[in-house]
Design a protein around this ligand. Structure first.
Ligand SMILES: [Zn+2]
Ligand SMILES: [Zn+2]
Length: 341
């Protein structure tokens, strides 16, 4: 079968013929119905320092997937035809974090399409425990994007959003999804911040009331949008060190910040002045809480509280991966969906 692969420790992806996977203990074989491209896939494509240190090629890429069960390994019992979205983090189940139920910070996490072969192909083997059944009226494209949508739901879960003024730094698909979650939770005002006009327009479609360009006047722009006041909460999705520092200055005393973006450089913060003395809370957000974030995310989509389909702006065949990657690099897109073929 044909797959999008990282064949060797160097930039780029290759379409290659690979062997069909054989599901192991407690694993099922999924026929991939849809997938989507993630920023992590761009790091893998570019072979940045993180990718070079972590990934051992050859590797089949792809971790945001929806598929249908077509086979089982020993101990797995899901039947053929079961359609499911996939949690991309394969956890060990026996480390201290897993023992506490904090599976999202499992010490031995293996990520699909990073540490094990992924889903930009026809068939993929995944642990049965990583599957979440999809409602019949949820499209496979949306189901594939539930994984990043879950990042946004997780990031929004550390405080009350109702009637709050919320600043969202970074309006890629996860930032835009967070805007939709904040609106669904009854936020009074959502302020979207990005360098990229296309993404600010997507943020507006997802419910942002104010759009602020991330330039040197960003803090004045956010304050003006908030009616001259501090914001109650900031959701930091960009990873830009300057955005993290700005968030600590913009959030009101007693407010909170979730940090999901991953920066290339360490952020410099005046902790005493802007965190300690203001009594604000910083929450690092990684992955999704299993299963609670998934349950909540699927309910947002099922109920129509969030229009996840609006986040998906482009569709490509997997064989057109090069075009999908170049579009992602341009920033002129929301979520990019891939279909087999
Ligand atoms: Zn991802
Ligand atoms: Zn673990």
């Amino acid at each position: 079968m044909q797959a999008v692969t990282k064949p060797a420790p160097a930039p780029g992806f290759t379409l290659a013929d690979v062997a069909e996977p054989v599901p192991g203990e407690e694993e099922v074989l999924l026929r991939v119905a849809a997938a989507s491209v993630c920023g992590t896939d761009i790091h893998l494509y570019d072979w940045n320092p993180w990718a070079a240190a972590r990934v051992h090629p050859p590797r089949v890429i792809g971790h945001e997937i929806c598929g249908v069960v077509v086979g089982r390994g020993p101990g797995a019992d899901l039947e053929d035809g079961h359609r499911a979205a996939v949690e991309s983090h394969i956890v060990c189940g026996h480390c201290n974090s897993c023992g506490r139920g904090d599976f999202h910070v499992c010490a031995n996490t293996r990520i699909l399409g990073v540490d094990v072969d992924g889903g930009f192909t026809e068939l993929v083997a995944v642990p049965q425990a990583n599957l979440f059944a999809i409602a019949p009226d949820t499209s496979s494209e949306v189901a594939a994007a539930l994984e990043p949508l879950g990042n946004a739901v997780h990031a929004c879960s550390y405080g009350d959003l109702a009637d709050q003024t919320i600043a969202v730094f970074g309006c890629g698909p996860i930032g835009c999804a967070a805007i939709a979650v904040a609106r669904a939770e009854g936020a009074a005002c959502v302020i979207a911040i990005d360098r990229n006009r296309y993404r600010l327009e997507l943020a507006e479609r997802m419910g942002a009331a104010h759009l602020v360009i991330a330039d040197e006047n960003v803090e004045a722009g956010v304050r003006a949008a908030a009616g001259g006041a501090d914001v109650d909460c900031a959701l930091e999705m960009s990873g830009a060190p300057r955005a993290v520092a700005a968030a600590t200055r913009l959030v009101r005393p007693g407010g909170w910040i979730t940090l999901l973006g991953i920066g290339d450089e360490p952020a410099v913060l005046d902790l005493s002045k802007n965190v300690v003395m203001k009594g604000i809370s910083l929450h690092g957000v990684v992955g999704r809480r299993i299963p609670t974030t998934w349950e909540r995310t699927m309910e947002y989509v099922r109920s129509g509280a969030i229009d996840a389909g609006a986040l998906i702006t482009h569709h490509y065949a997997m064989s057109e991966i090069e075009g999908a990657i170049q579009l992602m690099k341009s920033g002129q897109c929301g979520k990019v969906s891939l279909h087999p073929g």
